[in-house]
Design a protein around this ligand. Structure first.
Ligand SMILES: Cc1cc2nc3c(=O)[nH]c(=O)nc-3n(C[C@H](O)[C@H](O)[C@H](O)COP(=O)(O)O)c2cc1C
Length: 334
């Protein structure tokens, strides 16, 4: 359980850096002919319609600190009608005393859309148990092999993960989403998940919280030079464009409202933020966090209006300009 607190502490040490979202620009629109107050940013994902295309992505549970974070964030989620994912809830299966640090989310957000998070190393029965315990509306399965490999006490055997995912999708009676934890996905990954029966995928690329850096800080001998492993969220979204028929969620390195707009333009149906919300929970009172979130959600509307769009579909039609390194990435990919 100390690991959970280490993750929070190390994640907060990381500062938001420039990332691939800075390599995307839009044409300026001199006369947008839109009204900020008439912008409709509603979106449908995991079978439900939401007023805003952002949600609180998986983080924590299991400790007192985690309880406080989940308490704070679920109140924000309830107020603004945002979906919220729990942190990995597998710990509740072996340590029932940790349950309350997760169930506080359901308590604060009784009608809300909650995603129960579990690792791809776990069984379908485990997944069904946490979905039932949280009365979850969706199951979120994380594939965090790089994190496990760098983690001193991490998993070493990933052989069963694909079979576990397939079994979980078949077993649970709610929609499922498979995610990375900040290392992204290739088009082939997305095709493979589709073949396993997965309909919704969160690419969760690099550019934000870096779990190699976090786990390196917990090791005696860090793996030097490895933190650049993975595809960025932008690169992963460019990969996802090659695979039709999958619902794509973007997360990883979403620092501000403009990054959300860019991720939507790249085809995401919804955008998940972890680190952004972690800061809201830890560094601000509930009222201060609420004021920041109100501005953030309004900024989404403002940017959409400035680009001359009135909804997400129109936003997706806006031409984007990619810098030379992203063009080179596209040219090197099969
Ligand atoms: C403190 C912390 C704990 C996390 N724990 C989990 C977890 O239990 N399960 C999971 O799927 N992802 C977990 N993540 C990863 C996030 O869901 C996300 O994929 C990653 O942080 C990248 O997004 P970001 O740049 O917005 O932080 C965690 C992230 C943070 C910051």
């Amino acid at each position: 359980m100390q690991r959970k607190n280490d993750h929070i502490q190390e994640a907060l040490k990381q500062t938001f850096m420039p990332n691939d979202f800075d390599k995307i620009r839009f044409e300026p629109v001199l006369l947008p002919e839109t009204d900020i107050d008439k912008i409709d940013l509603s979106t449908e994902f995991l079978g439900q319609t939401f007023k805003y295309p952002v949600f609180i992505n998986a983080m924590t549970g299991g400790t007192e600190k985690a309880h406080a974070i989940n308490d704070h964030l679920s109140q924000l989620a309830a107020k603004h009608g945002l979906a919220m994912a729990t942190g990995s809830a597998a710990i509740t299966l072996r340590a029932p005393e940790t349950k309350e640090s997760f169930s506080v989310i359901r308590k604060n957000h009784p009608q809300g859309f909650i995603l129960a998070n579990i690792g791809a190393d776990k069984s379908a029965d485990n997944a069904a148990e946490i979905v039932a315990f949280l009365k979850a509306d969706a199951l979120q399965i994380h594939c965090n092999a790089p994190q496990e490999a760098v983690m001193p006490e991490g998993e070493r055997n990933f052989i069963d993960w694909a079979a576990n995912i397939k079994a979980m999708v078949q077993k649970v009676n709610v929609p499922t989403v498979v995610k990375n934890v900040g290392f992204g996905m290739t088009a082939q990954d997305i095709k493979t998940l589709k073949e396993l029966g997965v309909k919704t995928i969160d690419v969760a690329g690099s550019g934000g919280t870096n779990f190699i850096t976090i786990e390196n800080a917990r090791r005696n001998h860090p793996i030097d030079g490895f933190k650049s492993y993975g595809f960025s969220t932008v690169e992963s979204l460019l990969e996802a464009e090659k695979v039709p028929g999958v619902e794509i969620i973007a997360s990883g390195g979403i620092r501000n409202a403009y990054d959300v707009i860019k991720a939507l333009n790249l085809g995401a149906k919804a955008v998940g933020l972890s680190r952004y919300f972690l800061e809201l929970a830890v560094n601000y009172s509930l009222d201060e966090a609420d004021a920041l979130l109100i501005d953030f959600l309004d900024d989404l509307k403002k940017i959409t209006a400035l680009l001359g769009a009135t909804n997400i579909l129109e936003l997706q039609e806006k031409p984007r300009l990619l810098d030379a390194s992203l063009i080179s990435f596209i040219n090197q990919r099969p």
